[in-house]
Design a protein around this ligand. Structure first.
Ligand code: DP6
Length: 357
C-alpha cells in the first residue's frame, strides 16, 4: 500500500527581518518579523512524499541528490514531530486489521526540488520546510491548521513558518519558552494590495558564504548593535510596517523595508568576525534605487517620491518592491544603468505579482 502527496509552496521575503534566536533548538526568534509571500509561479519548492508499509528506511532527495536524513537534525525533528501527532491520532482510530502496520510506522520517501538556486540567499529554506511540513502532514492524514503547521515548519527553519500564509505575514516572536505562541499570523491577504509587485534581481547564484543559522548565532553573541535592534528598533518597525501595509502606504512600507535591510546588514558587519552578504553589485543596486527615488518630475520640478524599495537577505541578490504602474520605468532605469554585460549571464529579473498560497 502506498500513500502519496505533492505540494508546492512559495518563498517569502522579510521586510522586517528575523535575525537572532532566543532558543536555538526550538528556533525561537529574538524579535518578530514581517514578510511578503511571493507568487509561487516563479520561485517555489515542490515536494513529493510517499509513504509505504514496505519501505525499509526514510529517505530524502534534495534537487535529485540523496541526502542522509540523520545528518539533518531539523529534518529529523519535523519528521519525529509529525509522526508523534499521527501516533496520537491513531489512539482515536479503530483497531487495525491483522498484520496491518499503523501509518505512523510507515517509512517515507521524500523528494524536494527548488526551481531556483538553493542556499543563495533567496529564502529557499523558507519554502522548503513549509513544503515538507504540509506534504508529510497530508500523507499522514493529519488535519492540522495553518498555525499548527507554521510551528512545525519553524522547527525546520525559522523563516519557513511565514510561508504557510500568502500575502503579508507576521511571525510573532512569542514569550512562552515552549514556543507555543511563536508562529506566523496573516496581516492581510495578497488581494489586499494587488498593485504591489516584487522584482528579483539575481546578482549571484553561488551558495552563501555564511549560513543564516551560524551567522545569526555569532551576531547574538558578539554584536553590540544587536540589543538596540532587538529591544528598540525591531518592535517599533513591526508596528509601523503593519500599519503601512494595512493603509497601503508605499512610502512608509518602502522606507521601513530599506532601513531594516540596511540595519540587518549593519548588524552583520558588527558581528565579530564580520559577515558580508552584499557585494559591489548589491551596493550598486542600493545606490541606483536611491537615485531613482530622488528623481523630480521634469514638468513641474516636484519630487516624484519613493517609488521603489530594495531588500537583501543572507546573500547578494536583491528583491525590489515597486507599485505596478512604476515597474516598467524602474526596469528600464535598472537596465540602462547596469550594462547587460555586468548583469548577464548570472542576472535575471522578472516582475512578479504577489501570489497566494
Ligand atoms: C536574513 O530562516 O534561514 O532571511 O531559522 O536558522 O533556519 P534558521 O534561519 P533562516 O533565516 C532567515 C534570515 C533572513 C531574514 C528573514 O527571512 O527574516
Amino acid at each position: 500500500e502506498l500513500h502519496e502527496a505533492t505540494v508546492t509552496t512559495p518563498v517569502n521575503i522579510a521586510v522586517v527581518k528575523y535575525w537572532g534566536k532566543r532558543n536555538n533548538d526550538l528556533i525561537l526568534p529574538t524579535n518578530s518579523s514581517i514578510s511578503c509571500t511571493l507568487n509561487q509561479d516563479h520561485l517555489n519548492t515542490k515536494t513529493t512524499v510517499r509513504a509505504s508499509s514496505s519501505y525499509t528506511d526514510d529517505r530524502f532527495w534534495l534537487n535529485g541528490i540523496e541526502e542522509t536524513i540523520s545528518n539533518s537534525p531539523r529534518l529529523t525533528t519535523v519528521l519525529v514531530t509529525l509522526r508523534a501527532i499521527r501516533k496520537e491520532k491513531e489512539k482515536t482510530l479503530g483497531p487495525l486489521a491483522e498484520g496491518e502496520k499503523p501509518l505512523s510506522e510507515w517509512k517515507l520517501h521524500i523528494a524536494s526540488e527548488n526551481n531556483f538556486p538553493t542556499a543563495a540567499g533567496l529564502a529557499s529554506s523558507s519554502s522548503g520546510y513549509a513544503a515538507l511540513a504540509v506534504c508529510i502532514s497530508k500523507v499522514l492524514e493529519l488535519d492540522l491548521t495553518a498555525s499548527e503547521l507554521s510551528k512545525i515548519a519553524r522547527r525546520g527553519s525559522g523563516s519557513a513558518c511565514r510561508s504557510l500564509y500568502g500575502g503579508f505575514v507576521e511571525w510573532q516572536h512569542g514569550v512562552d519558552p515552549s514556543g507555543e505562541d511563536s508562529c506566523a499570523v496573516s496581516i492581510a491577504p495578497e488581494s489586499h494590495w494587488p498593485e504591489l509587485e516584487a522584482l528579483i534581481l539575481v546578482v549571484s547564484d553561488v551558495k552563501k558564504s555564511t549560513p543564516s543559522t551560524s551567522g545569526m548565532s555569532t551576531t547574538v553573541k558578539t554584536s553590540e548593535l544587536f540589543p538596540l535592534r532587538v529591544n528598540e528598533v525591531a518592535p517599533k518597525r513591526i508596528k509601523q510596517m503593519e500599519q503601512a501595509i494595512l493603509e497601503k502606504d508605499f512610502n512608509s512600507f518602502a522606507t521601513i523595508a530599506m532601513k531594516d535591510s540596511n540595519q540587518f546588514h549593519a548588524v552583520c558587519l558588527d558581528t565579530f568576525p564580520p559577515i558580508f552578504y552584499l557585494n559591489d553589485v548589491s551596493r550598486g543596486i542600493i545606490t541606483l534605487v536611491h537615485r531613482f527615488n530622488s528623481q523630480v518630475d521634469p514638468a513641474t520640478g516636484e519630487p516624484l517620491g519613493i517609488r521603489a524599495a530594495y531588500t537583501f537577505d543572507a546573500g547578494a541578490n536583491a528583491v525590489i518592491f515597486v507599485l505596478k504602474n512604476n515597474v516598467k520605468e524602474l526596469v528600464e532605469y535598472i537596465a540602462s544603468h547596469f550594462p547587460p554585460a555586468t548583469l548577464q549571464p548570472t542576472s535575471v529579473y522578472f516582475p512578479d505579482p504577489f501570489g497566494i498560497f
